[in-house]
Design a protein around this ligand. Structure first.
Ligand SMILES: Cc1cc2nc3c(=O)[nH]c(=O)nc-3n(C[C@H](O)[C@H](O)[C@H](O)COP(=O)(O)OP(=O)(O)OC[C@H]3O[C@@H](n4cnc5c(N)ncnc54)[C@H](O)[C@@H]3O)c2cc1C
Length: 448
């Protein structure tokens, strides 16, 4: 057994782990990173990138089917899911290789092995002991099993299994209408498959503002995606699903898209916060030199949130800089058309406070007509003339939301924001117009 010494040991090579590794190396620390499966973690291999690669293909197929509306004669349109599947694998493989090279270019030592904690400053892997002044746990999460509807990889799939399907099912039942459930519903519906979504809460996408949930219901109806809210799966027996509302369904496949649980390396007893590793505001665990960032701490299960926490921890280790991480300030995005995004407080969260609200319909934009993307809105909330939250259903919402994130994070005054010139014709005009609307001054809406 060899003993090796590093300033920083990082367990897990997902967005949290590789970002921490690069930032630590940039700050002059010696870094060792352990990854037991593939660099890039869930995000690159089983999450953000593969799903968005497939979604891009299915959205393209959907657009091509209406090409005649745009004066384009594209002939007969069909798709080849095997090719979509292959393209997804090729892109993941390519990005995985370039990520490994990128991390290595910073002199980070990557160990392809499962790591265990041998002590608060010792990591064991490949029968070696790595002594590290600080350790960052970034071991992420995995799909949670729901009692009574355990996944079997054949009929009941989780978000990992569904990515390995080489043929899309004719009918699919999705349990959960969070980001993962909605994106897969949009993928299979674009391929003209029969999709049903089951949501236990009383509305779709329950973590979003209620106006987004309402619009999503309308969009689901338009796309012929069936859904049941305030409904649970009671039993699944012999490929037959019985719902709490007594409906009986026989889909080809069930996707369980409800909940993830942390992956915790073996060796030490961590204080827990529910199912997740408990951390303080600087992401320290109950062992002061061991930090836990990303999905493992359950604060927010998003790749960009993981990355930001990781950078914060390295700056804290190297400069003692307190961490600036506000859950509310992290944008959430649901992909597909139209895109959905939000940041800051929802209207429900502001209930009881003195706030203003403005809801600007995308159909008032010339750009939306040019693109045939008129179904959507930009809703903005303000408190004391500062933006408190923004909720968007609109083409390009995944980019637009960052304008609001910047405003919220920098506590900008609405009057100052309105000094900025927004180009025409763009969807960004809806950002400008929605803020004007806080004082009933939208230019593209009739007098109310
Ligand atoms: C289907 C799906 C779609 C998603 N889409 C998006 C999206 O569009 N946008 C977004 O922001 N987020 C998305 N997410 C969430 C995102 O993938 C996660 O929030 C993100 O990957 C978390 O990063 P992480 O670094 O904390 O952990 P992970 O990405 O889970 O990485 C952890 C890594 O640690 C490794 N590991 C674990 N234990 C050990 C050990 N003991 N030794 C060595 N290595 C170990 C694992 O192999 C893994 O590679 C999606 C998730 C899913 C499932």
């Amino acid at each position: 057994m060899e003993s090796l010494f590093f300033d920083t040991g990082i367990i897990g090579g997902g967005p949290a782990g590789y970002s921490a590794a690069i930032r630590a190396a940039q700050k002059g620390l010696s870094v060792v990173l352990f990854e037991k499966k593939a660099m890039g973690g869930v995000c690159l291999n089983r999450g953000c990138i593969p799903t968005k690669t497939i979604l891009h293909c299915t959205e393209l197929y959907k657009s091509l089917k209406k090409s005649q509306k745009f004066g384009i004669n594209a002939g007969e349109i069909s798709y080849d899911y095997e090719k979509i599947f292959q393209r997804k694998n090729e892109i993941v493989e390519k990005l995985q290789k370039s990520l490994t090279k990128l991390v290595q270019s910073y002199g980070v030592e990557i160990i392809s092995a499962e790591a265990k904690l041998a002590a608060a400053d010792k990591i064991e892997a490949n029968k070696n002991i790595y002594t590290c002044k600080n350790i960052i746990l970034s071991t992420g999460s995995k799909p949670a099993q729901i009692k009574g509807i355990e996944t079997d990889g054949e009929f009941i799939l989780n978000s990992d299994d569904i990515l390995n399907l080489q043929n899309p099912p004719q009918s699919l039942l999705i349990i959960g209408s969070g980001a993962i459930g909605v994106e897969w519903a949009r993928i299979f519906s674009a391929l003209d498959k029969e999709v049903t979504v089951i949501e236990a809460a009383d509305r779709l996408l329950p973590s979003a503002d209620a106006d987004i949930s309402r619009r999503l219901e309308r969009l689901f109806k338009k796309s012929k995606i069936k859904y049941f809210t305030a409904t649970k799966v009671e039993t699944i027996e012999n490929r037959t699903v019985t719902l709490s509302n007594s409906q009986v369904l026989t889909p080809d496949i069930v996707l369980c898209a409800a909940g993830r649980e942390p992956v915790i390396p073996q060796g030490l007893d961590f204080e827990m916060d529910g199912r997740f590793v408990k951390v303080n505001e600087n992401f320290q665990t109950n062992f002061k030199n061991i930090y836990a960032v990303g999905d493992i701490n359950g604060r927010l299960q998003l790749a960009h949130s993981a990355l930001h926490q990781a950078l914060g921890v390295v700056d804290y280790i190297t400069e003692g800089k307190e961490i600036h991480f506000k859950k509310d300030h992290v944008p959430s995005v649901i992909y597909g058309s139209p895109e959905i995004a939000w940041v800051g407080k929802s209207e429900e969260m502001l209930k009881g406070m003195d706030y203003k609200v403005s809801n600007f319909p995308v159909s008032a934009l010339g750009k939306a007509f040019a693109d045939d993307e008129i179904d959507g809105f930009v809703k903005v909330l303000s408190v004391d003339d500062r933006i408190a939250g923004a909720h968007i259903v609109c083409s390009e919402a995944s980019s637009l939301i960052h304008q609001f994130a910047l405003m919220i994070d920098n506590n900008l005054k609405t009057n100052d924001i309105l000094n900025t010139v927004f180009a025409h014709p763009t969807y960004s005009e809806a950002v400008f117009e929605s803020i004007l609307g806080l004082d009933n001054l939208s230019l593209s809406l009739p007098r109310s």
